[in-house]
Design a protein around this ligand. Structure first.
Ligand code: PLP
Length: 382
């Protein structure tokens, strides 16, 4: 699966018009990612996990394409609602909910929620009576970059008693949810989780709690540090497993990274060059407190590309802040760069701008849309 990648000419043209750092979002790539997902997982309804990147035009595009949304807070639900997305197309997928979140969900008609503990049941019963619930179970997966199961998920053995409790509290038990962890490189983790879910469905049926929805979460990977995961095979295996074990069940997924990760490039400039022994240290104008915040929060390893010719050398890349944690690339191969050179960071759409700050007074990178650039070009050509 190809990523969106600016050419040298496009990067330079944009940099002549906009001050770095800036992000270029390709809506066409978001659409390709969405269609790829739907093609390879045809039974699965996609609910975009908007925390990965809540850029309004990305949300609007996905809404137009027919996606639903995974939300975690009142703020996310309100943002979607302001874009015209109905509550019926949202899931409140944060296992621990705030009163404000539950009230907003009730007001906007968000009926579907996940939970993983008995204490959540009373909250939902009070503020969202009748809500349709999926119990989130815990999955072990060592082949995920970000482990979401350290914080979330009930033990599979507790699932039935939680669902029963929910029913007795006047809520509507509907199914099972899991998240194998973000940037999962393993199809086995999904297969195992789907199998465990099948057992829970069977037990629930026997206990008089028939279930009809399975939520297989997010975790679908994108290229990282020069390696390209075989998502196609992964999705085919998941798809087969779903057909075998859940031929009738409504299936959802909550992809975040997969829809947006490969659709954004960051363009930064070298603002300082230092020699440290044998190494070259490049300070760029975006960093750990900005777009590249995913190096911390998302455990991500970014790729840095430059357009200057020449043999590559080992370099260290640093962000612009005065904090010495602000290292964004170590042992990076780059041609020898000069102050003012542009540096492109591809596959930079997920868990990047979403968690950027303005620490130390540095502005967040401006967000541009590639489609606006091509539209402007067409206009001038006419
Ligand atoms: C973050 C999150 C996702 C998205 O995960 P990706 O790995 O980006 O696909 C989906 N579901 C829930 C509940 C999440 O917290």
């Amino acid at each position: 699966m190809e990523s969106f990648r600016l050419t040298r000419e496009e990067t330079e043209t944009l940099a002549a018009l906009h001050q770095t750092p800036f992000l270029v979002i390709s809506l066409a790539q978001v659409e390709r990612n969405y269609r790829f997902f739907r093609r390879h997982l045809p039974r699965v309804n996609a609910y975009y996990a908007m925390k990965a990147n809540p850029a309004p035009r990305v949300l609007s595009l996905l809404a137009e394409l027919g996606a639903g949304f995974d939300t975690a807070s009142a703020g996310e639900m309100r943002m979607l609602s302001e874009l015209g997305v109905e509550g019926a197309r949202m899931i409140y997928a944060n296992p621990v909910k705030t009163s404000e979140g539950l009230q907003t969900a009730a007001r906007l008609g968000v009926r579907r929620m996940t939970f993983d503990d008995a204490n959540e049941v009373w909250k939902m019963a009070e503020l969202s009576p009748g809500a349709e619930l999926l119990v989130r179970i815990r999955i072990r997966n060592e082949k995920a970059l970000v482990d979401l199961n350290a914080k979330f998920g009930a033990e599979a053995e507790e699932a039935i008693s939680l669902l029963r409790l929910a029913r007795d509290a006047g809520l509507t038990p509907k199914g099972v949810a899991f998240h194998v962890g973000s940037q999962s490189l393993s199809a086995e983790a999904y297969e195992e989780a789907i199998l465990i879910s099948r057992h829970i469905f069977d037990e629930a049926e026997a206990a008089g709690l028939p279930l009809s929805m399975l939520d297989i979460g997010g975790g679908f990977p994108i290229p990282i540090a020069g390696t390209e995961p075989d998502v196609e095979t992964m999705m085919e295996r998941i798809s087969r497993q779903i057909d075998q074990l859940f031929p009738q069940t409504e299936i959802w997924a909550e992809p975040g990274r997969f829809f947006i990760g490969t659709a954004v490039n960051l363009v930064t400039s070298v603002i300082g060059v230092k020699r440290r022994g044998e190494e070259l240290w490049y300070t760029i104008d975006d960093g750990l407190y900005g777009t590249l915040s995913g190096a911390i929060f998302d455990h991500w390893t970014y790729s840095f590309e430059a357009f200057r010719e020449g043999p590559s050398r080992r370099a260290t890349v640093l962000g612009p802040s005065c904090d010495s944690i602000d290292f964004v690339g170590r042992d990076v191969a780059l041609p020898e760069l000069l102050q003012g050179d542009l540096v492109l960071v591809p596959d930079c759409g997920a868990y990047t701008s979403a968690s950027a700050t303005t620490f130390n007074g540095f502005s967040k990178a401006e967000e541009l849309y590639f489609e606006d650039m091509t539209a402007a070009k067409k206009e001038t050509a006419v």
